[in-house]
Every structure is written in C-alpha cells, then in structure tokens.
Design a protein around this ligand. Structure first.
Ligand code: CP
Ligand code: NVA
Length: 307
C-alpha cells in the first residue's frame, strides 16, 4: 500500500521531522537524491490556478531525475467528468506519483483510495499541507527549530491554510494561534484533531476572534488571501469582516522583536497584508516560496522510499 499525503497529519511528528531534515539536505545539495532517474513520470494535475505549486513541483521533480507531467484538468477527461478512480487506475500504471490540486477533500481521498502510487495534496478547499512543510522549513531555518515557537495565523480562519497551520503546526510542536471573524472560524473537527496532536508534541492550539491576542509575542505572523480560489463571487462580503486581522506594521509591533512574517502567496497588498510588511525586513515570504521546492522534493523522496 502506497503512503499518501492528503492532510498535514498524514505524517506523524517523527515522520514530519524526517521530511523536514531531508528538505534541508536537499536545499544544500539539490541533485543528491535521484529516485526518479529513468526518468519516471509524476502527474501534477491542476483543477485550479497555480504559479508556485506548478513551478516548484515541475523543477523539483526534474531535479529528482523525473519527468513532471503537468496536466490542466480542464483539458483532460477528468475535467469532463471521468470518474476519479478510473483516472487513478490509468495514471498509476504510468506515473510514480500523483500530485493534485482540486476542490473538495473527498475528491483527493477517492484518488488515493484507487491509486497504487503515492497521492499528494497540492491544495484542496480544506488543506494545503505542502505549503505548511515549506513554512515549517522556513521557521526551522530562522529559529533553529519550530518546536516551542508560536505561530499566529490571522484572517480567514476557515480556509485551507488555517486548517493546515493547525494540523501541521501542532505536529511540529508549535503553539498555533488562529484568529479570524466569528463567521470564518476553523472546522471544529480539525481544531480537535490539532489539539489532540498538540498534547503529544508539547504544542498548543488557540482559536480566537481577537487579532491582538493571537499576535502578541508571536514568533511568526502568517496570513493568506481573504478570497480563496472558488470564492470569487463572495469577494464583496469577504473584506469588511477581515480588516481588523490585516498583518500590518501596527500588529507586527506587538509580536516578538525577532518575529518573521509568512504568506503562502499570492498576496493582495493592502488587504490581508500591508505593502510595508510584505516587503519589509521581517518578511520571510520569498524564502518560504522557494522552500516549496525543497520541502516537496523531500516529501516525494520520502514517499517513494516507501513504495
Ligand atoms: N502558495 C501557492 O500554493 O501558490 P500557487 O497558488 O501559485 O501554487
Ligand atoms: N487559501 C488560498 C491559498 C492559495 C495558495 C486559496 O485556496 O486560494
């Protein structure tokens, strides 16, 4: 049975630490692991737009000796309604892994259930676990270790990034604080899962509507767009409630003096983050974007070692 990475807690704390250690190794020596030499193909499928995920997986797979087969779902039969399980059965005979950005989490669960090769979540409506691996790599680089550090995520607390910070941050032993408006709070089941993980790792979980309470003293401030992909028709209603959660100079001044700022990108300057903070000295956002490649390569190596 192949191992899959569909949500952040598909890696145990020890396994996540192994992947992140490997990510650091691969950043220092990008061509040191060649599990896809052949080259073997990896399908990278997009039901939604992407810049970073597309580029980082494509370049990363090539650096692992493989061939990235980037598929726009809209021009594939998957986009015309071919069953997910049938797609999995065709792909897994020709590709060594399947990376997929899609809508509902149940879609990627169906793909994994039918696939003999590892399936990797490249973002769903519910989770963005590859992004959190890159974020944790960035935190490790800046602070030595993420464990015991406090990460405050502010903004749309009901979205994929919020859920992945909860699970992935707790897995890393972080103190995760998530702040957003009352009507945009995280899924209660995800919060409960994160709390259970935090109890085993020495981390903790706080969910609040109070931006100040979340940001005060934090080592990492993180945010994300207020309008995720697929929510464009709600854009007008997704501004006013979020304004108090903007990551700006005033909020950053309440965080730890050495705090860093993360944003998965794309960023909307003047909305969820001020221009000055995005481009300022405490921003680790461009390292974070680069680390997508290293973290995902490590994940693929780790998953392929278990096939
Ligand atoms: N952060 C992220 O996943 O970016 P893309 O949507 O450009 O892939
Ligand atoms: N929450 C955002 C993340 C983009 C990388 C979205 O789903 O659109």
């Amino acid at each position: 049975m192949a191992r899959h990475f569909l949500r952040d807690d598909d890696l145990s704390p020890a396994e996540q630490a192994e992947v992140l250690a490997l990510a650091a190794e691969l950043k220092a020596a990008p061509y040191s692991k060649r599990p896809l030499d052949g080259p073997e193909a990896v399908a990278v499928i997009f039901d939604k737009s992407s810049t970073r995920t597309r580029v980082s997986f494509s370049v990363g797979i090539a650096e692992l000796g493989g061939y990235p087969l980037v598929i726009d779902a809209a021009t594939s039969q998957l986009g015309r309604g071919e069953p997910i399980a049938d797609t999995a059965r065709v792909l897994d005979r020709q590709c060594s892994a399947i990376v997929w950005r899609t809508f509902g989490q149940t879609r990627i669960e169906q793909m994994a259930q039918a696939s003999a090769v590892p399936v990797v979540n490249a973002l769903t409506d519910e989770f963005h676990p590859c992004q959190i691996l890159a974020d944790l790599q960035t935190v490790n680089e800046r602070f030595g270790s993420a464990a015991g550090r406090t990460l405050a995520y502010l903004g749309d607390a009901s979205n994929n990034m919020a859920h992945s910070y909860l699970l992935g941050g707790a897995t890393a032993g972080m103190h995760v604080r998530v702040a957003g408006p009352q009507e945009f709070q995280p899924d209660a089941a995800v919060v409960a899962d994160a709390q259970a993980i935090a109890e085993t790792t020495g981390g903790s979980v706080m969910v609040t509507t109070d931006a100040g309470a979340a940001a005060t003293g934090a080592d990492v401030l993180a945010t994300d767009t207020w309008v995720s992909m697929g929510q464009e028709s709600e854009a007008a209603d997704r501004e006013a409630p979020f304004v108090p959660y903007q990551v700006n100079e005033s909020l950053l001044s309440t965080a730890s003096a050495e705090a860093i700022v993360l944003h998965c990108l794309p960023a909307y300057r003047g909305k969820e983050i001020s221009e000055g903070v995005l481009d300022g000295p405490q921003s680790a956002i461009w390292d974070e974007a680069e680390n997508r490649r290293h973290a995902q390569k490590a994940l693929l190596v780790w998953l392929l070692e278990r096939r």
